[in-house]
Design a protein around this ligand. Structure first.
Ligand SMILES: [Zn+2]
Length: 188
């Protein structure tokens, strides 16, 4: 007798995956089905193995984390959600230069900051790892990842202003803290 297998939705991105009992590993702060995480790992592997694919690595990290917000009660999950949503904002909303994006991630890891809670979207329409993993060439990979990132950013449209504001507040706070450290150094 053939055992019927059913697809189940990932709690993060909502994509349907066939359950595979052999899969286990997934991230501590990102809530996703092991099958979804497995497909994501395949995409990451492709990027680590090819400089051309790696060009869009930042978008891959941000898009995936923004689709899997995790337990927002935990500070680390809030930090991850906000950082990656701001990453998408900088690339797709603000169309910021690469240097600004890099600087933000450096500053955000330097400073312990109280990031606001992010809510999971109810019925988002967006691309998922299932489509991205189908790329057969590096060019196609870059194209699909870029579309994926854009689709995730678009899905958050009702929060665009809020995310931009969080970014501005963070920058202000960061500058203030840097100034305080500078003054302390001068007064020594
Ligand atoms: Zn997922």
């Amino acid at each position: 007798m053939k055992i019927k297998k059913y697809k189940k939705p990932c709690p993060g991105c909502g994509e349907l995956f066939l359950e595979d009992a052999t899969l286990r590993a997934y991230d501590e702060y990102i809530e996703s089905m092991p099958e979804c995480w497995h497909t994501y790992s395949e995409i990451l592997g492709r990027e680590y193995g090819s400089a051309e694919c790696f060009n869009v690595h930042r978008i891959t990290l941000d898009a995936y984390a923004a689709q899997h917000l995790g337990k927002q009660r935990e500070r680390k999950a809030r930090q991850s959600a906000n950082l990656h949503l701001i990453g998408l904002y900088l690339v797709f909303g603000k169309k910021a230069l690469h240097a600004e994006v890099l600087q933000f991630f450096k500053q955000a890891t330097d400073l312990k900051y109280d990031w606001p809670l992010r809510t999971r979207l109810e019925w988002p329409t967006w691309m998922t790892v299932e489509e991205v993993v189908k790329a057969t060439t590096p060019e196609e990979h870059q194209e699909l990842v870029t579309k994926w990132g854009q689709s995730v950013w678009n899905a958050y449209s009702e929060f665009h202003d809020e995310i931009a504001q969080t970014y501005q507040e963070f920058l202000k706070d960061y500058q203030n803290k840097i100034r305080k450290v500078d003054l302390r150094e001068k007064n020594k």
